[in-house]
Design a protein around this ligand. Structure first.
Ligand code: PLP
Length: 407
């Protein structure tokens, strides 16, 4: 696809013919781990700063490229350059992942044919606030919502008839279902259905849905992209083609008009966090797979969900589609919700907190949130595995499982 930063293997690197290295073309050819470090930097002219500063301003002196802080900010642009290169398209940053989700929904609905009611197909097990937005808008009669089990490709494809938008999330949060994304995106495209993919859990290091033909990728950059549990931020990335540009324009207009804009400080912190994305994700994924394997044989644990496990329902798809199995592990325990709550209260190193994707390991019983889906088991603990020493994580979790047992 023209202009896309194709992920290439190390041995496919071209030698620059004339010896001159243009940083932009270098980044375009680079592997994602390199893009995360290099993209969105100021031009390396003598005396230029290494990093883009946080442009803390609401307005700009007239006559330049920016007028007002709700329309644009150079720090956003640097982050958007990096995220765009990572996913292979045009990025826009938002105040949160939920704000990015809302902008995509509105932009796609605006583009829908006014002659027939819009239909949105979404995973029954997708992130609860995403489903909450969709259900709310559907209840207002704005479109018909078809909720599907996203790992069941036949059921999902059957729901695409006459649809306007397929919203996909894979792996899902927190059930870690793996959708057959290549098949779903192809089926949607063949039927003229827009496809949006929430790529928060996989990150662009794990999969790049735009390369499969998806129209737009959505991120809660709050999670792995920023990675330090110190900010909220969202992003959209649209395809680099005329249809993608039209969608991007509608998304950007939505941001400017409704004002769900990122703070410059948040954008700056997210770009700083993004620099270490590859090393953080490598380490946390490796920790997660080791812990999942150990937990699978723990007597107190009744079920472990992680695509790295050979008997996990998503294992074979994840092996084919994803680079890495992710850093979220969901665990169910004997004794139900009471014991799960006690586990969460008994850890010392793991922090009992919501959210995921930070360097710190956290856990929570998801159903303690009244908004969580009833499909999520009552005793399910979602673990967001961080980058600490894996044996320290194991010992702490093991003692918490033991301490939580009824005596
Ligand atoms: C957290 C999350 C969101 C929402 O993002 P916010 O930044 O919290 O608004 C959307 N999708 C997934 C998969 C998430 O984990």
């Amino acid at each position: 696809m023209p202009g896309y930063p194709a992920a290439v293997a190390d041995d496919e690197w071209d030698d620059p013919a004339d010896g001159a290295v243009d940083p932009a073309s270098l980044a375009r050819r680079a592997n994602p781990a390199t893009i995360a470090v290099t993209a969105g930097r100021p031009e390396p002219r003598p005396g230029a700063p290494m990093t883009v500063p946080a442009w803390m301003t609401s307005t700009y002196v007239a006559g330049g490229p920016h007028a007002y802080g709700r329309n644009g900010n150079p720090t956003w642009q640097a982050l958007e350059e990096a995220l765009g290169q990572l996913e292979g398209g045009q990025a826009r940053v938002f105040a949160s992942g939920a704000a990015a989700t809302a902008a995509v929904l509105e932009a796609v609905l605006e583009a829908a044919l006014p002659t027939r009611p819009a239909i949105v197909v979404a995973p029954r097990g997708c992130y609860y606030a995403t489903l909450g937005q969709f259900r709310r808008a559907a209840a207002q009669g704005r479109f018909v919502l078809r909720e599907v089990p996203i790992a069941d490709t036949d059921a999902a494809v059957a729901a695409l008839d006459g649809a306007t938008l397929l919203w996909a999330e894979s792996p899902t949060n927190p059930l870690l279902e793996v959708a057959d994304l290549p098949a779903l995106v192809a089926a949607a495209r063949a039927r003229g259905v827009h496809t949006a993919v929430d790529n928060t859990l996989a990150t662009p290091l794990g999969q790049r849905p735009l390369e499969l033909g998806a129209d737009v990728v959505v991120h809660s950059a709050t999670k792995y992209l920023a990675g330090h549990s110190d900010l909220l931020l969202g992003a959209t990335v649209t395809r680099d083609d005329p249809a993608g540009h039209a969608l991007d324009t509608a998304i950007a207009e939505h941001r400017t008009l409704y004002g769900a804009v990122a703070g410059p400080q948040e954008a700056w912190l997210a770009l700083r966090g993004l620099r270490t994305l590859a090393v953080r994700v490598e380490r946390s994924q490796s920790n997660a797979a080791q812990l999942a394997a150990r937990l699978a044989t723990h007597p107190v644990v009744s079920r472990v969900r992680h695509p790295s496990l050979p008997d996990d329902p998503g294992h074979h798809r994840a092996r084919k589609q994803l680079r890495g199995y992710g850093s979220v592990v969901s665990v169910e325990v004997h004794g139900g919700a009471v014991v799960a709550e006690r586990v969460a209260a008994s850890t010392r190193l793991w922090v009992h907190a919501t959210s995921l994707g930070g360097v710190e390991s956290t856990l929570e019983r998801r159903r303690r949130h009244p908004g969580e889906l009833p499909d999520v088991p009552d005793d399910l603990l979602r673990l967001s595995v961080g980058i600490e020493d894996v044996d320290d994580l194991w010992h702490d979790f093991d003692q918490a499982l033991t301490a939580a047992q009824p005596s």
